[in-house]
Design a protein around this ligand. Structure first.
Ligand code: MGD
Ligand code: MGD
Ligand code: SF4
Ligand code: MO
Length: 742
């Protein structure tokens, strides 16, 4: 049973499934069983009738001739992408026999699931399959690919609150997009920002890169990457020492002000200017304006967390709104990920009672280290089951992942919609449905609406939803528990606590009628404190007792205990990047450039990178490099360069542009390795070592060197590469979105 197929309906309520804060409410037109149009729902207050440029062509994805529609088995060498069609029965038999043999020989922990948020639904998303793998006794996979570090830092300050509702941004007078490229990554927030600007609000963008968002802002502050904590501490130095604080708010609704006041004395603006690369006067102006212009709000993006000191940086930033009493006002405060009020019953999907105490937990960011047995594992991972993710392009230390996936003694299953770089290494490939083919219920990490996604059409070929995949596997394994037999309709009723106060007035009938419903939450939740922290106040000194291995329960996939790490300073502080001239001058001598990997405008992570229209609009892979850095290396515009460090190498044409800072190079994320004839992608050079909080990999904290790549090129290769370069140059001239770079 997959989902209800509404053959009689012409327009079906759906929801975009992608890993994006906007979670758009979608209208799908169906004619004779075929989806013919997708549109943004005009009734939905956040979607406002538009889908982004990635998903407005969603049907290209659904009906792509490259869709995987049948189970397949590998017939060529691993990585070659050569497969032949088999039946579902053969696929399930092969996989379950392999499960049993692996368990008999090595124990169940030799099996590792690997999945993330390729689908964001409560049924088919983050946690689907957990019950199955927990029942199997498999290794528990910790999934901290995104916002785990940011969320930890934010919760240390404010607890699990939705914070400033994006719907209220129109009332703000001072909006700071801090490491957030909203015009690409959170585009439905933009009309709210514009409405505020019409009323006189100022928009500030703090970003090392002059992105399209930065260009559209009133003030772009091009900070040195990984130094945001210093900037926030410097701003607090000004605000506190100039008496710009809201003393009444501080006294009644915060804890730890005296300690914070002492701490910020270490960060006078002159010193912060030297760390961040921002002029002293600008730091002072920013601090004064932020304090004086209420309601002020900070929208924090996700990239900051990918630095060694990312968590502490976000901690420092999150103290700012409380210090100036921004929370008193409609439209003031801070927006991180307003997902906390959704009453999700994670237990229903994790079924943590199946996890045997002591079962090992491995983190997916470190897949390369795991598969190459870098830290000897007992038992080593012998079976990998991948779904909802594409680790070859998205996880760090790519070359180790490839080495691991190529192991003859590793059996890999990949459930996918397309033959990705990861799927190429599978022993068995299983076809997955797209969102128009399955039922789901969506939460959001960018707004506060629940959204229903009805199945609009029947599954194509023999594709199945993730829920159906695990029902089939469980049946084949002979798992008798009721949880493995729940239909999708039953799951929709179980995964949410429909009786929670925030669900007041929301039931399935409402969702079926309008497709979405807003949670009942407060517009100005913290005018009088009321933060869900241990003290009930904003905690400048955090009482959460975080250590370096602490992972929030929401990111824990049901496991309870973990090995404590180093204590984390309960007061915000500044920790420099791990790889920088300041912290590691020896490394910086060999690899002087800081590498960033911004989200691509036209893809969602690696989704859509294989579709012709999207690929054309995005333009080919590129390395954005500052004119001075290019000059010092004799690099000309469009020339192929290699980008490398001790971890690996990738190649792309150079795009010489002062939109990036000197010393910082940018390679947009999401391109597929096999579609980049120049070789590799940005994650070849990134590190899987964790940051200071939440087991996030410090992929934004990587030093590299860049050089012209000309040696040992075959004529065919040279021809191909020059074609890419010229396409790239054409796209640049054509005034398409790529002209701004990422
Ligand atoms: N078009 C598009 N939209 C997406 C996605 C996508 O791939 N494409 N992915 C989705 C996902 S999974 C996520 S997590 C979100 C992410 O959404 P964002 O956080 O907005 O996206 P990023 O590009 O990761 O980072 C935002 C900006 O931070 C800057 N930045 C990088 N390092 C630093 C730093 O140290 N300090 C400061 N101040 N800025 C820094 C980058 O230059 C970039 O412009 O987007 C979601 N939406
Ligand atoms: N260097 C660097 N690395 C990064 C980041 C960065 O900024 N820099 N960002 C990180 C972040 S924020 C994130 S969120 C991660 C994202 O990492 P991933 O989640 O691995 O990214 P995606 O490319 O979205 O891969 C999702 C895959 O799931 C597949 N899929 C979609 N729907 C379904 C379905 O219903 N069933 C099945 N079986 N498969 C489906 C898609 O086809 C796609 O191939 O990447 C992280 N990696
Ligand atoms: S990717 Fe984001 S902005 Fe685009 S349609 Fe989906 S939810 Fe909306
Ligand atoms: Mo993400």
């Amino acid at each position: 049973m997959v989902g209800t197929v509404h053959k009689t309906l012409e327009v079906v309520h759906g929801a975009c499934p992608h890993d994006c804060p906007d979670t758009c409410s979608m209208l799908v037109t169906v004619e004779d069983g075929r989806a013919t149009k997708v549109e943004g729902n005009p009734e939905h207050p956040f979607t406002q009738g538009t889908l982004c440029g990635k998903v407005s062509d969603y049907l290209d994805r659904v009906y792509s001739e490259d869709r995987l529609l049948y189970p397949m088995r590998r017939v060529g060498p691993k990585g070659s992408g050569q497969f032949e069609r088999i039946s579902w029965d053969e696929a399930l038999t092969t996989i379950t026999e392999k499960f049993k043999a692996t368990i008999a020989e090595y124990g169940a922990e030799a099996i590792m699931p690997c999945s993330y948020l390729g689908h964001e639904g409560l049924l088919n998303g983050l946690t689907v399959g957990d019950a199955f793998f927990n029942r199997l006794g498999a290794t528990v996979t910790e999934r901290t690919m995104c916002i785990s570090c940011t969320s930890t830092a934010y919760l240390m300050t404010y607890g699990p609150t939705h914070g400033t509702d994006p719907d209220t941004f129109r009332h703000s007078k001072y909006i700071v997009l801090w490491g957030c490229n909203a015009l690409s990554t959170n585009v439905h927030l933009w009309p709210f920002i514009q409405a505020a600007r019409k009323n006189g609000a100022k928009l500030v963008s703090i970003d090392p890169v002059r992105t399209r968002t930065a260009k559209q802002s009133d003030w772009h502050i091009p900070i040195r990457p990984g130094t945001d904590g210093a900037l926030a501490l410097g701003m607090m130095h000004v605000i506190i020492n100039e008496g710009l604080t809201d003393d009444d708010y501080i006294e009644n609704y915060t804890v730890g002000f005296e300690e914070l006041k002492a701490r910020v004395q270490d960060y006078p603006p002159e010193k912060v200017a030297e760390i961040t690369g921002i002029a002293t006067e600008d730091i002072i102006t920013l601090a004064r304006e932020f304090a004086a212009t209420q309601p002020a709000v900070i929208r924090i993006g996700v990239a900051l967390e990918k630095n060694a000191g990312g968590g502490q940086g976000i901690r420092a930033i999150s103290c700012l709104p409380a210090l100036v009493g921004a929370w008193r006002h409609l439209g003031g405060g801070m927006l991180q990920a307003p997902m906390w009020p959704f009453p999700i019953r994670w237990d229903v999907v994790h079924r943590p009672h199946f996890i045997k105490p002591g079962t090992r937990v491995l983190n997916q960011w470190q897949l390369g280290r795991i598969l190459t047995n870098e830290v000897p594992l007992d038992p080593p991972v012998k079976m990998l089951f991948v779904y909802n993710c594409n680790p070859v392009t998205q996880a760090a230390e790519q070359e180790k992942i490839l080495t691991g996936l190529a192991r003859d003694d590793l059996f890999t299953v990949v459930s996918e919609q397309f033959l990705t770089d990861t799927a190429d290494y599978a022993d068995i490939v299983l076809p997955a449905t797209t969102q128009v083919e399955n039922l789901d219920l969506m939460f959001s990490w960018g707004h506060t609406y629940v959204t229903l996604n009805n199945a609009a059409i029947a599954p194509l070929g023999e594709a199945v939803s993730n829920t159906e995949l695990f029902r089939r596997l469980a049946a084949k394994m002979g798992f008798e528990e009721d949880c493995f037999k729940l239909s999708d309709e039953e799951l929709t009723m179980e995964v949410l606590d429909w009786s929670a106060p925030v669900m007041d007035g929301i039931d399935m009938d409402v969702l079926k009628a309008q497709g979405y419903a807003k949670l009942k939450i407060e517009d100005v939740p913290h005018a009088e404190g009321n933060f869900p922290t241990p003290s009930g106040k904003c905690e400048f000194v955090s009482g959460m007792g975080v250590d370096s291995n602490f992972v929030l329960p929401a990111f824990r996939q049901g496991y309870e205990t973990y090995e404590p790490g180093e204590p984390v300073d309960p007061l915000p502080t500044f920790t420099p990047q791990r790889e920088s001239a300041r912290s590691n001058p020896k490394l910086a001598e060999r690899y002087p450039l800081s590498l960033m990997s911004a989200k691509p405008h036209q893809f969602v992570n690696s989704c859509f990178a294989n579709l012709p229209k999207h690929a054309k609009l995005q333009g080919g892979p590129r390395l954005i490099i500052h004119p001075e850095d290019a000059k010092a290396r004799d690099i000309t515009d469009g020339q192929l360069v290699k980008v490398f460090n001790d971890r690996g190498i990738f190649q792309a044409p150079a795009m010489i542009n002062d939109m990036t800072r000197q010393g910082v190079v940018v390679a947009p994320l999401g391109y597929w390795r096999k579609l980049n004839p120049a070789g590799g992608t940005v994650n070849a050079a990134t590190s899987a070592t964790f940051t200071d909080m939440g087991h996030t990999a410090a992929v934004g904290d990587s030093l590299v060197e860049v050089a012209v790549a000309v040696e040992n090129q075959s004529p065919l290769r040279t021809q191909l590469l020059s074609m890419i370069s010229s396409l790239f140059a054409r796209v640049k001239k054509a005034e398409t979105p790529t002209k701004v770079g990422v």
